[in-house]
Design a protein around this ligand. Structure first.
Ligand SMILES: NC(=O)c1ccc[n+]([C@@H]2O[C@H](COP(=O)([O-])OP(=O)(O)OC[C@H]3O[C@@H](n4cnc5c(N)ncnc54)[C@H](OP(=O)(O)O)[C@@H]3O)[C@@H](O)[C@H]2O)c1
Length: 331
């Protein structure tokens, strides 16, 4: 028998559905999270900055930098059981990161507290474990605010998204080599699909084991290096693997050079930060990191879900999926 709506989620349809306010609903994970919340029978209200149609959800235009807009246009004096924030700076450069990943998140938290919301679920990132970049410091500063807010919270720190690991599919398909830093084994991650992460985020609302905790989370299976990503792509295409190594020193030179130049030409500061972001992902794994030894530990990185990166590569090669490239892609 095919169940739909509340019956499919096991929710009692006579009970008023819980109301969830989502910020960042127009982004990759926000979009998937809204779908996961709707599948569970929640009433979802999305606060967005420009007109957007989000099937099944109520959409309200709000300026997240303005506490009055958040209160009046967003929460609008209504009852909400939870806020889920998948909002993040689209560039990662310092001014944008502090404006969005910190200040705007603080505004949303304050508005949620004023509205009597019980639970705040935050999409953060596993890379804040070793903060070297402006956006990581901004995220950590907000995580700290949320932690001491007294509000029930779940801080979800995922590993790498599929979109961030899919930038070379077309290059390889067109016969070019797969680019790696060093020998392609400097880093590893447990990639997590948008839908698996969205399910994990939605289930934070009902799983007390995910309350008042920082939650590092990866996808299913073993950790994968960039070299293994390339090998898998070539195997799927039935071609011998072909790699080109890019020295990490090249990124150092670009980031360093732009950093020096930006003191004379301030408009280059954003480019310098993007180069530092690229350098970071070229050399740091997206896995749980032991704070004492500094070692990344695949076994200590929890897994969830069922969708693998290689299934996704296959779907892209078959034309069944199209990568939505992120702003921080290195290749
Ligand atoms: N990429 C990875 O592999 C990876 C891995 C782990 C964690 N993460 C973390 O995941 C988060 C990014 O998730 P994502 O890829 O789903 O993000 P995304 O696609 O870039 O979406 C960002 C969302 O934030 C909203 N937003 C940005 N600036 C805004 C502003 N000024 N006012 C209102 N809304 C604004 C965007 O709205 P608009 O649509 O209007 O721009 C969008 O809804 C980041 O925190 C990142 O650090 C990423």
């Amino acid at each position: 028998m095919l169940l739909t709506g509340a019956a499919a989620t096991g929710m009692d349809s006579s009970v008023t559905p819980k109301r969830v306010c989502v910020v960042g609903a127009t982004g990759t994970i926000g979009h998937a999270t809204v779908a996961a919340l709707l599948r569970r029978g929640y009433h979802v209200v999305c606060l967005v900055r420009r007109d957007a149609a989000i099937a099944g959800a109520t959409v309200r235009r709000v300026d997240v930098s303005d506490p009055r807009s958040l209160a009046q246009d967003g929460f609008a004096g209504e009852r909400f059981d939870a806020v889920v924030s998948c909002m993040a700076s689209r560039t990662g450069v310092a001014t944008d990161a502090w404006a969005i990943d910190h200040r705007a998140q603080c505004n949303v938290l304050a508005a949620a507290q004023a509205a009597g919301v019980a639970h705040f679920v935050l999409l953060s990132a596993i890379c804040v474990q070793k903060p070297l970049l402006a956006f990581q410091h901004a995220k950590l500063a907000f995580e700290a605010e949320l932690t001491v807010s007294g509000m029930r919270h779940s801080i979800v720190r995922p590993t790498a998204f599929f979109k961030s690991l899919s930038g070379q599919i077309e290059r390889v398909r067109s016969g070019r080599p797969f680019l790696v830093f060093g020998d392609g084994t400097l880093t590893a991650c447990k990639p997590i699909s948008d839908a698996d992460l969205a399910d994990y985020i939605a289930d934070c609302l009902t799983d007390p084991g995910r309350w008042n905790r920082v939650l590092p989370i990866g996808g299913p299976g073993e950790a994968i290096t960039p070299r293994q990503q390339g090998e898998a792509l070539f195997a799927m295409l039935g071609r011998p693997a072909k790699f080109r190594s890019v020295p990490v020193g090249l990124l150092d030179a670009i980031a360093g050079g732009l950093g020096v130049l930006s003191r004379i030409v301030p408009s280059l500061a954003a480019k310098a930060e993007l180069a530092r972001i690229g350098r970071y992902y070229a050399t740091e794994s997206m896995l749980v990191r032991d704070p004492v030894t500094g070692r990344y530990d695949a076994a200590a990185t929890p897994s969830t879900g069922s969708e693998t990166l290689f299934d996704y590569y296959r779907a892209v090669l078959d034309g069944a999926a199209a990568p939505d490239r992120g702003d921080h892609a290195v290749f």
